[in-house]
Design a protein around this ligand. Structure first.
Ligand SMILES: [Mg+2]
Length: 228
């Protein structure tokens, strides 16, 4: 009879980026300040092209040329395309202060942290250069994988990377995941991941809806994870 006790798998916290770590979720005003034109037309172009950009079906130049075209600007130079990407990155990379504090506390407590984001490859590069990224073990970026949440395939990639990292099998139930979209949470739960809705940062919440970081702290405490 084996007396060896199974050690519980090390808990991992996986975070969405937009609306969870970022302070806001609407880069359109910043882009509009740069591009001008009709703000609503621009808004439509920014969001209509985004899924294809985030799934890596179109590249950076094609995406930004489409957005600029909606603002009446054609023939963008390489510098102008880079500037649009930069404005978008800068907008999203502003972290919510409470999210940043949570990230800091989780990193200090030795939790394994990872990012699972629907984002372009260009944003993936920027996010890995952010000062706080050293707290993360890795990032799964949809455009790099050519598949986005809520497709089950991207969660399987996440679980595979976690299994590979720990030299074994990833136990989905020991992976905590926070996302501001219910469909992303539901898809993760369907695979057994311990997923929770994070009320989107930067939006007015109805009375009684708490900040996502507060919810996350409570969920962690409920799993016996005490943050320093
Ligand atoms: Mg999000």
């Amino acid at each position: 009879m084996s007396r060896k006790r199974r050690t519980p798998p090390r808990p991992t916290v996986v975070l969405d980026f937009g609306g969870v770590l970022s302070a806001g979720h609407d880069p359109v005003p910043d882009l509009h300040a740069l591009l001008g034109g009709d703000a609503e037309t621009l808004r439509r172009a920014v969001w209509e092209g985004r899924p294809a950009y985030d799934e890596g079906r179109i590249g950076r130049d094609e995406y930004w040329r489409g957005v600029a075209s909606a603002a009446g600007l054609e023939d963008l130079s390489e510098e102008e395309i880079a500037e649009l990407q930069e404005v978008d990155d800068r907008y999203f990379l502003r972290l919510d202060p409470l999210s940043r504090a949570l990230l800091h506390d989780m990193a200090r407590s030795g939790l394994r942290l990872a990012l699972l984001s629907n984002a372009s490859a260009a944003f993936g590069e920027s996010v890995r250069r952010a000062d706080w990224f050293e707290a993360m073990s890795f990032a799964i970026i949809s455009a790099e994988e050519r598949v986005a949440k809520p497709e089950p395939a991207i969660y399987r990639i996440l679980l595979d990377v976690l299994a590979h990292e720990s030299g074994g099998v990833a136990v989905p139930g020991s992976v905590l995941f926070f996302d501001d979209r219910q469909d992303n949470v539901d898809a993760a739960r369907a695979l057994g991941i311990d997923a929770h809705l994070w009320p989107r940062n930067g939006e007015a919440h109805p009375d009684g809806v708490r900040h996502g970081s507060e919810i996350a702290r409570e969920v962690l405490a409920g799993r016996g994870i005490v943050l320093d």
